[in-house]
Design a protein around this ligand. Structure first.
Ligand code: OGA
Ligand code: MN
Length: 219
């Protein structure tokens, strides 16, 4: 169950304060209504319009062997930046959040990287962590889901685990406008096979640590 599912969005309270409070207490939060429906629609139209050729197979760490990669994850991604107009409002939001997180949680976040992800029918991402302690710049993971009328039987849930064991912390439906934020080093998670196309905007706040070996998927 999404015990931390919240219903108040931009028009109802300070979302950043809620995120900061949850990260301080629990290390993660699942939200909805962070963005207005018009903003979500703009992203959805854009991701749907993104030509298949602009998506490419996502990598894992330094793994270059395609068959191993395919076994772990089957999503396809497109990296984003400010030169892509439809996402500028979202990057502005992320920048505001970055500054608040640094001011109030002293996370020392340096930047934010993000990509669209498309899981086609049958695609999944097996259990993993987004960052290994001391080996990655990634500190905070964010996933904004862009799937109108996602049904219970459509699969594609994000399953978050409490730690190394099998204890499930949250099972998150990738429903339109839902958003997951979690400390990248703390929570193993997986994406269950999607039974239809599943879209998201996924990103990471990073520290500027030149010592890290940087196992993040290469761009
Ligand atoms: C990832 C990831 C989860 C999701 O891209 O690293 O775990 O729900 N995504 O899309
Ligand atoms: Mn992940």
């Amino acid at each position: 169950m999404n015990t931390s599912l919240l219903t108040r969005g931009p028009s109802g309270g300070d979302v950043f304060a809620r995120i900061i409070e949850a990260l301080r207490n629990d290390g993660y939060i699942i939200l909805n209504n962070v963005f207005a429906i018009e903003q979500l629609q703009r992203l959805f139209i854009d991701i749907k319009a993104t030509d298949d050729r602009q998506f490419h197979a996502a990598g894992i760490g330094r793994e270059q062997e395609r068959h191993v990669n395919d076994f772990v994850r089957r999503d396809r991604i497109r990296w984003l930046d400010r030169s892509h107009a439809p996402v500028v409002f979202y990057l502005d939001w992320a920048e505001q959040l970055r500054q608040r997180l640094n001011r109030e949680l002293f996370l020392g976040l340096f930047d934010y990287e993000c990509h669209y992800a498309h899981y086609s029918k049958g695609a999944f991402y097996k259990r993993h962590v987004d960052a290994f302690k001391g080996l990655s710049n990634r500190r905070l993971s964010t996933i904004l889901y862009l799937n109108p009328s996602w049904q219970a039987g459509d699969g594609g849930e994000l399953v978050m685990y409490a730690g190394e064991g099998q204890t499930v912390l949250e099972t998150v439906s990738p429903a339109f406008g839902s958003m997951a934020l979690f400390l990248s080093e703390e929570f193993p998670h997986e994406v269950l096979p999607a039974k239809r196309s599943r879209y998201s905007l996924t990103g990471w706040f990073r520290i500027n640590n030149t010592d890290s070996l940087n196992l993040d998927p290469p761009k």
